[in-house]
Design a protein around this ligand. Structure first.
Ligand SMILES: Nc1ncnc2c1ncn2[C@@H]1O[C@H](COP(=O)(O)OP(=O)(O)OP(=O)(O)O)[C@@H](O)[C@H]1O
Ligand SMILES: [Mg+2]
Length: 308
C-alpha cells in the first residue's frame, strides 16, 4: 500500500438497542396498507457472504444511491472490524474519491497512480493504487475523471482487469466497487470481478424498476459467459419512505431477485449535508435511520450477527 496517514478515525459499532427495522422473510404486498410494517426482506434461502468478498454496487441509472450505499456499507463493515477497500469505478467528478477527500488532498501536479493506471499499464499492481483513508480499516482505489478512457478506449484486458487484481488480493476482507451510471466496459469489468452485486433503486421511482431490464440482461450475460457464480445479493431501496409506491417497488424487486435481501435505506436529508461536509453519514449523523439501515444490512449481508 502507498504512504500512510497518521490521523486515523476509529469507527465504532452501533449499540444493539437502537431502533432497527425488523427482518421479514416475505415482502408483504397483500395486507391492508395501514397494517403494513416496513421490514428488511431476508429470504430463507439467503446465505451470508464469506470472505474475502468482492461486491459491485451497480445501476446504470444515475443518482439512485450507489455511492451512498458503497460508502455507508463500507463504514458499517469497518466498524465491525473488517478491512475494506472501495474501488472508485466512476469517472464523474463528484465521486467517492471526492467524498473521501482523496482528490482534495492531491494537488494536480502530484497526480498519483490511480484506477486508470491499473487498466492501461499491465505493470501496475493493486497495492500501488490502494491508498489509506482517514478511517481505520478503509482503503481507497481512487480515480480521476479521465477514468472515462477505459470505456472510450477499451484497453487490452479491460474485461478481466479487475478480476485479475481483486480476486487474488487478501489484504482486505471486502472489496466494494462503486460503479458509475453506465453499463459500459468498466461496469462489465466490475461484474466479472464480483462475487455479489448490490443494486440500489430509488425507493419511490417506478422508472428505476422499469429501467432495471438492461442491467438484468447485462448481469445475465456476465453470468452466462464469464462469471457463473455472480449473484444479486441485495437490492437497496434508497431514499425510502413508507408509501404505497415504495411497497410496490419492494415487491417487484423481491420477485425480480428472489434470493436477494431487499433493504430499505430510509430517507435522510443529512446525506447531502454529509457529502458536502465530506464526512461519512455514519459519523455526521450517527443515530440517523439511514445509518441504522446500512448497519443492519451490512450485518445481514456479511453474517456479522444480526442486530435485534
Ligand atoms: N437514503 C437516502 N435518503 C435521502 N437521500 C439519499 C439517500 N441515498 C442517497 N441520497 C441522495 O441521492 C443522491 C444520489 O446519491 P448517490 O450519489 O449515492 O447516487 P449514485 O447512484 O452514486 O449517483 P451516480 O449515478 O451519479 O453515481 C445524493 O444527493 C444523495 O444525497
Ligand atoms: Mg455514484
Amino acid at each position: 500500500m502507498r504512504e500512510t496517514q497518521d490521523l486515523k478515525v476509529q469507527v465504532a459499532p452501533l449499540s444493539d438497542d437502537l431502533a432497527f427495522l425488523d427482518i421479514v422473510t416475505e415482502w408483504d404486498v397483500e395486507s391492508a396498507y395501514q397494517h403494513w410494517k416496513t421490514g428488511i426482506l431476508v429470504p430463507e434461502t439467503f446465505q451470508a457472504a464469506s470472505f474475502p468478498r468482492v461486491v459491485a454496487v451497480c445501476n446504470q441509472k444515475g443518482g439512485v444511491g450507489k455511492t451512498t450505499t458503497a460508502f455507508e456499507l463500507a463504514m458499517a463493515l469497518i466498524a465491525h472490524g473488517l478491512r475494506v477497500r472501495i474501488v472508485d469505478a466512476d469517472d464523474q467528478e463528484a465521486s467517492v474519491s471526492v467524498w473521501l477527500r482523496y482528490l482534495l488532498e492531491a494537488h494536480p501536479e502530484d497526480r498519483r497512480l490511480n484506477l486508470r493506471d491499473l487498466f492501461f499499464d499491465a505493470k501496475v499492481k493493486l497495492a500501488e493504487v490502494s491508498y489509506p483513508t482517514p478511517y481505520e480499516g478503509l482503503t481507497l482505489v481512487p480515480s480521476y475523471p479521465d477514468l472515462a478512457d477505459v470505456n472510450a478506449k477499451h484497453p487490452t484486458g479491460t474485461d478481466t482487469c479487475l478480476q485479475h487484481h481483486l480476486r487474488k488480493a487478501d489484504d482486505v476482507d471486502v472489496t466494494i466497487i462503486d460503479c458509475g451510471p453506465s453499463l459500459g466496459a468498466m461496469t462489465v469489468s466490475a461484474l466479472i470481478a464480483a462475487d455479489d452485486v448490490i443494486i440500489p433503486v430509488q425507493g419511490a421511482s417506478g422508472l428505476d424498476v422499469r429501467g432495471a431490464g438492461a442491467l438484468n440482461r447485462t448481469i445475465a450475460t456476465v453470468q452466462e459467459r464469464m462469471n457463473p457464480d455472480l449473484r444479486v445479493a441485495a437490492a437497496v431501496l434508497t431514499d425510502f419512505e413508507r408509501s404505497k409506491i415504495a411497497r410496490k417497488i419492494g415487491g417487484s424487486l423481491a420477485r425480480a431477485y428472489p434470493g436477494a435481501v431487499i433493504l430499505p435505506a430510509r430517507t435522510n436529508v443529512k446525506i447531502g449535508e454529509a457529502q458536502l461536509a465530506k464526512e461519512p453519514l455514519r459519523l455526521f449523523a450517527p443515530g440517523s435511520t439511514t445509518v441504522l439501515d446500512y448497519d443492519k444490512g451490512a450485518r445481514i449481508l456479511f453474517g456479522l450477527g444480526a442486530a435485534a
